[in-house]
Design a protein around this ligand. Sequence first.
Ligand SMILES: Nc1ncnc2c1ncn2[C@@H]1O[C@H](COP(=O)(O)OP(=O)(O)OP(=O)(O)O)[C@@H](O)[C@H]1O
Length: 707
Amino acid sequence: MMDSKYNAGTSGQVSKFQMKMKPTPIIFSKTGPPSPKKIKLSNENQKHTTSNGNFNNRPKISIQEHRRKLPVFGKRNKLLELIKNHNTLIILGETGSGKTTQIPQYIYSARLQENGKIAVTQPRRVAAISVAMRVAQEHGQGLQVGDVVGYAVRFEDVTSQKTKIKFLTDGMLLREAMFDRLLMEYTVVILDEAHERTLHTDVLFGIVKRAQKIREDRNLAPLKILIMSATMDVDHFSRYFNNCKAVYLEGRTYPVNIYYTIKPHDDYQTSCVATFFKIHKEAPPDHDVLIFLTGQEEIEACAHQIRLLSKDPDVQGPTVKVCTLYAAQPSSQQLSVFQPAPANTRKVVISTNIAETSVTIPGIKYVIDSGMVKARSFHSSTGLELLKTQKISQEQAWQRAGRAGRDSEGYCYRLYTRSQFELMRKSNVPEIQRANLTTVALQLLALGIHSVNFDFMDKPQKDAVLAAFEQLKMLGAVDNIMANGLTSLGKKIAKFPLDPRFSKIILSAHQYGCLEEALTVISLLSSESILLNPPNRREQARNVRQKFCSAYGDHITHLNIYREFNNVGQSNKRNWCHEHFVNMRNILHAREIRNQLEEICKKADMTLTSCGSQMDQLRKCLVTGLFMNVAELVRDKQYITLDKKQAVLIHPSSSLHGQQPGLVIFTEVVQTSKCYLRGLTTIESDWLSEIAPEYLKNHHMKVTNGS
Ligand SMILES: Nc1ncnc2c1ncn2[C@@H]1O[C@H](COP(=O)(O)OP(=O)(O)OP(=O)(O)O)[C@@H](O)[C@H]1O
């Protein structure tokens, strides 16, 4: 099926990443062999699908009946026995078999958690929240999350005294460990999607293993550890967890048919659109589609294009509802993709890898997998942490396919050939081996552990550990790089759920009398972009926001926007945001974050000071955390970073683009075709010697050494 010619008509005028003509059809084959052991392509469970596979034609079954049909249900008693008899257990089961939603409930009903709580970690907030909502519903809480079933993600805690099953991001559990080293609140910790090997999950492996051992030695309430995934190297995990037992739960609910392209296609964005319209032309309206792309810009461009093409009179198919899903959206917007589409409408969700694991989007029948992902990598030699687009691993490909076939038989279109698939890495390189480790090193020190002595499943690179300690030393969080503990400033820094550089800025603000402003700037940096730049109205957006632009750069421009937003009357805020191309959800989210950070400051007895219009005070304050992110102008438009002498340019989205200040601090470097600085503030050269003399000793500036 689905190898007929695409017939989309004309696309109209589209910008940048978008194509100028209709996409050429992609030819797929289903010649690829079935997935060896993880995803069965056979129709062995066809009994759950109707003859035409149309999920909306299936007889509606109750939620409890649905639970009983899941493959884990038949193994419930055996599983509970194993969990009861083993303090650590690895559970492997097909995607969609019911691990995440059912196992915590089985444990709870059998009271295996005794007097404690069950923690279930997820690498991403959208998974933690959506799964908690589903489980709450299955548990009979309706949409009332926060009762027996709750969740906690950064800046959002929806739990209560009654909560016994708590879904949380791995980062949240790690933070909790900083205040309760032995995790005494919990008697069961489930580390889900362990194969992802996120930085936080990897650190948690060591933390829970250590807590379990200490609790055992001290005769405290035992801690059960469950490690779950659909795809992982069981032997490696088992060895690390003292040769613990692994159990494989066979069976999946519905088959997923996998298709590969016959020949390679370099332009995966265009291929996604072409494949979508191929499906759109033939599939019934209620068969929804999930497309995996790599990042916000690409996703928005693809969404724009699908919206445009789907309105073309030549395009056959039902109405299309396009939803996007990426990390840079607030939770409420992310969760809207779970809403069903209206009748006779096809929903297409275009997502990054945040929908790759754990997530069930009801109605998804088709997955289109671009085969690409944006992954973070830290280069200790350049000191830069970059997001780079690269090929996914085979494990990721199976996870993506597993997002279909959850409520009926599914189809996955891989935009790469079978042999390209065979050449992909089997699994992900653990994030711990490619990320900046400063925050982790700080968190471990807050637990009294030096990273060098920590029991990692796979050791991080020595250079990256050293770079992390070097940064902590520069920030004043440790006295020397072999320190086994934090300085008193370090302890204060660790109290904030922020990048240590940002925490340092907040803590320095009293000295510069600008805590109000520092809180706003850091909240804006911790939330997603408040600026909307629709591809076809970029110029208009820029012009209307011109009045907020500060010659000092982006941080202060954003502060101006936030201040103005606060001055606008409540009833007028929505209009104001619309007029100024400001994302209302994101700015409100930033305000929530700000409230929470303010609470932490108040608890630490910090006085809320304001510098009013004295921006030098705020700019200096920003230098106290960002002095390691300085770049100076070397020649026309060209900057180099002071730290590692990396050649960089000002990003076109920056308010300083087109100007050439001599010296700037920046929040991040992004690499596309070139290396760009984003989030800039201009500074004066003598501030560095005043604020970070130690750092300046080893990092000479062109301006100061007169070269
Ligand atoms: N939000 C939801 N809405 C509707 N159905 C859902 C939802 N979440 C889960 N389900 C149903 O429950 C099934 C089991 O989901 P669950 O997340 O427990 O599986 P899993 O084995 O953990 O899969 P994965 O390894 O992909 O995370 C899904 O296949 C789907 O049928």
